[in-house]
Design a protein around this ligand. Structure first.
Ligand code: SF4
Length: 584
């Protein structure tokens, strides 16, 4: 890659002193490509060991990759920070316009340091960086309103990204998110709380650069092949037609759909909250991240009558996906499709990560059923499966934190259960609340061993589904399969491709794309880069106190039968031990 490529530019912003500077780091991009690889290095360099994740020393790193703006579905931005939720690696990916805007503004990465004394939002327009007073936006009940106001004030319409937090981030709920363009999120591990701790309400980025390619003819040919695959494959068509909500019915049929805090794995109302039902009755529009021909983002239109006025209606546009449907639907026993949409909307307006909020509320419901918490703790609320109206109020209270109990819930189930009990049904893996897959051992081992404790790290649920067809794996073979997938995903998240396109971007295609972008690599070198990045992430985790031995295995995942058998503590520990030896 050429040193003049703006991808090598790293913008450092100091919120304390209201200063900024740009550094050229071609070395980082040459060695780690971009995205997750470069972000991990910037985090290792900028984050002091043992720092408070909600203190001024914790940096926020955003990074994009060499394919951003050049190829279809290279649409994601990687955020890295020390997570206030787990205390180690915070990594979250988001699409919308975020990636293209950062690259078009002339940067490969942005590092935000320090803490502003007053609420601000950052406006980054190409080489200009402005620190705008956001005092009037702070404390607004809806994150959407803050977004509307910034939209009116800032230039760059159609090109810019607006990344912002809601009340949950301001109140530093450790699983608050950052929303970009309303319907996309840096969802997991508490980036919203890190924004809040810095008095940073939002970041607007825009720019209008053009991007160089090394060989125009080769570029066009590779582009055409990828575009063709993205618009003609059956898998992508399903993402377009139904979105990720297509997974509800197959997982329910398989008995792998976590229901009522994983007391069950089949939900009697799965049909009502399925992707098919939402598409038929509520679908209002589909959207796409920039430079994506798939458009998997599904938005429901929910028309609600005005309380006092006849013939007056309010229509809310609410995005839905498989994970939010699982977390706030089946996990809470909510089978009323409109009630579920209202829950999704409330969490969106407040700026909470839905995937965490659901398992937090399902733990609280079971804890109340079992008498571990009382109505005194809940401020008079009786949490019960399916009662979405009470869950609406509980969601609000998690953010407002009116007493010790809700303040504990605002830090997740590991923390709340350490105070009130019920650890055996507190469904967090590596400190991060479980995703919507109870398919077998690989789903849970995958989350426990994953660098960000996410199902996206290594897709264990799909290994379970292969095991169902081909037969059981030894713990070592399972660990190896997950390690191989996770190290390959470091490449995808460094060039920063949407994981939905992982079947299209195989090794040869990635090499062709990188060549057009100015990188001359072979397959062996590429795979080695993936393994190196994976190890570097663990270097950060271990430095911040993570240990494989310290991982808690919730008893509930062992007791509730999964489709792929073999789930036992002994099996999981053996697989984790194998992974530890391979990584460290
Ligand atoms: S497939 Fe969906 S999430 Fe991925 S880039 Fe396209 S619109 Fe965004």
């Amino acid at each position: 890659m050429q040193s003049s490529d703006p991808l090598c530019n790293i913008l450092y912003v100091d919120l304390t002193r209201k200063r900024f500077r740009v550094e050229q780091r071609q070395d980082l991009f040459d060695r780690y490509l971009g995205g997750a690889g470069v972000a991990a290095q910037l985090l290792l360099q900028s984050c002091p060991e043992g720092c408070d994740p909600l203190g001024p020393d914790n940096p926020i790193v955003f990074a994009v990759g060499p394919l951003t703006g050049l190829f279809p579905l290279a649409s994601k931005t990687v955020a890295m920070f020390k997570s206030p939720h787990t205390g180690n690696l915070g990594e979250s990916h988001c699409g919308g316009r975020s990636a293209i805007a950062i690259r078009m503004a002339g940067y490969g990465a942005i590092v935000i340091e320090g803490r502003s004394e007053i609420p601000v939002y950052l406006a980054i327009h190409g080489r200009e960086v402005h620190f705008r007073d956001a005092s009037t936006l702070w404390g607004m009940s809806s994150s959407l309103t803050a977004g509307h106001i910034i939209r009116e004030r800032e230039p760059g319409s159609g090109l810019r990204t607006i990344m912002r937090i809601g009340l949950a981030g301001e109140k530093m709920v450790t699983y608050s998110c950052v929303a970009a363009e309303t319907y996309r999120h840096f969802g997991r591990l508490g980036l919203g709380a890190v924004f809040g701790s810095k008095n940073l309400k939002a970041i607007v980025v825009s720019g209008k650069r053009s991007l160089p390619v090394a060989d125009n003819r080769a570029y066009r040919s590779v582009y055409k092949g990828i575009h063709q695959a993205a618009t003609s494959s059956e898998v992508m068509k399903k993402y377009h037609d139904l979105g990720t909500a297509q997974n509800v019915l197959p997982l329910n049929k398989l008995s792998g759909f976590p229901t009522r805090n994983l007391l069950e794995t089949k939900f009697e109302a799965a049909q009502e909250i399925s992707g098919e039902a939402y598409a038929e009755k509520y679908l209002g529009r589909r959207l796409a991240c920039s430079h994506c021909p798939v458009a998997c983002i599904h938005i429901a239109a929910l028309r609600e009558p005005h309380e006092a006025e006849p013939y007056f209606y309010k229509t809310s546009m609410i995005s839905y996906d498989y994970e939010p449907i699982y977390a706030m639907g089946s996990m809470l026993g909510v089978g009323d499709p409109e009630g579920l949409l209202r829950l999704l909307d409330r969490a969106e307006v407040l700026g909470l990560d839905l995937m965490t909020t659901g398992p937090v509320l399902s733990w609280a419901t079971e804890a109340q059923e079992k008498g571990l918490i009382s109505k005194k703790d809940t401020g008079g609320l009786s949490l019960s499966w399916g009662d979405w109206k009470t869950y609406l109020e509980a969601t609000q209270r998690i953010v407002e934190q009116p007493n010790d109990f809700f303040a504990a819930l605002a830090r997740g189930v590991d923390h709340a259960s350490s105070i009130y009990g019920g650890e055996e049904f507190a469904l967090a893996l590596g400190g991060n609340e479980m995703p919507g897959y109870h398919t077998g051992p690989a789903a849970h081992v995958g989350c426990l061993m994953g660098a960000r404790h996410s199902h996206l790290d290594n897709a264990g649920y799909s290994v379970d589904q292969k095991v169902l067809i081909k037969g059981e794996l030894s713990p070592e073979a399972l660990g190896d399969a997950l390690l191989e997938e996770e190290s390959w995903r470091q490449i995808l998240s460094s060039i920063v491709i949407c994981f939905f396109a992982r079947e299209i971007y195989d090794v040869d295609t990635v090499l062709d794309c990188l060549k057009a972008a100015g990188f001359d690599l072979d397959a062996e070198r590429l795979l080695q880069i993936g393994r190196d990045i994976h190890r570097e992430k663990f270097r950060f985790k271990m430095r911040e106190g993570f240990t494989f031995e310290g991982l808690r295995i919730p008893e509930r995942i062992l007791k509730t039968t999964a489709p792929a058998t073999g789930l036992s503590e002994e099996y999981i520990r053996a697989a984790l031990d194998h992974v530890r030896k391979a990584l460290i």
